[in-house]
Design a protein around this ligand. Sequence first.
Ligand code: GLC
Length: 414
Amino acid sequence: MKDTKQQWFKDSKFGLFIHWGLYSLLAGEYKGTKTKHVSEWIMNDLNIPLEEYKKLATVFHPMNFDANYVVRKAKQWGMKYIVFTAKHHDGFAMWHSKSSLYNIVDATPYKKDILEELRQACDAYGMKLGLYYSQSQDWEDPNGYMNRKDNSKKNFSTYLHAKCIPQIKELLTEYGDIALLWFDTPMGITYEESKEIVSIVKEIQPNCIVSGRIGNGLGEYMTTGDNFIPRLPYEGDWEVPATLNDNWGFNKHDRNWKNVDEIIRLLVKINSRGGNYLLNIGPNANGEIPDESINILDQVGEYVQENAEAIFFTKRSTPYLYEMDWGEMTQKDHKLFVHIFKPRKRIELLNIANRIKKIYIVSNNQNLKFSTSYSCEKCSALEVDLPEEYYTKKNYSICIDYDEIDPVFEPFID
Ligand code: GLC
């Protein structure tokens, strides 16, 4: 069982992933060809020569990037931490790196240290800052791994000690507290190499969490596959990295946005199984967040704020959950929350009737009428009548406040 030993991570439930880099300029298309892969992989997918790809840096000038706006929005959406792509697989550093000139300050006309701006904004808003760092793949360094290419002649150790580790040290010494380092695609990295990175992270910032994809089982929490939710609750710390459409980086052709109801449901589903939802935005080349993302997240954020009591500081539901077509449950000591995603008039739950103190709507504390009945010693039924004005409502939650609860409960779908 994975344990980060960081209470903030266990309680966070919702985080913002930001994929932003040179690939955002191409927005999913190079010289008239659309990439079929995720947009931040375009250099690899369309075999763009490094010298060509590097030219993107000379025109990267994200005038409209506003770190305060991004962090303020994340806060408004109820997110508790941000993970920003300091360096993605393309090898480009979004901070003023001393170990590689291929960085936002030295290689672009923009010249500002984006990470520093984010750092300051996170401090101002009390937001945890985590950084994505591609430790194995680096398509700029001659010795970094590259997907679909012959890596057999590469001297990975040279890259590891000349670029990767020096850069990780920079990130951990020059930008204050880093809440977590998000590693990805371990590829050929050996146990010793992963271990070396972990030791350095822990030596410099013992509280900085190492994500699941560092490789060789050394991560401090479980990172699921992209957009993948485990069917059953998982006991340790875990997180689902997820997209709002089908790309991480900005892709102008991707209109396949998930809808608000879907995202709310996914968030609660993940939380009810004990995980965190790390949901992505991909700013464009000007540094703007796509309108669709803002739109969706503004509405999701309303749900999160109104139902905060039923989301944050919850634990995975015990003993296990049934897939209900209309809702999900989250749980805290002496409180069981039922999130209702489809309009209904009443709710019936079995084996949950013991010593209920009160039942209320989370967003406004309105008390609800309920009745309990027993069909046999161990079989109880709880019926909650929802107020008439809620008959047509969706996306809200109620709280069942109880003294004691049966060890096994079974939501009953009428
Ligand atoms: C995948 C992709 C990568 C993305 C990541 C996010 O591993 O390779 O582009 O950053 O998922 O989870």
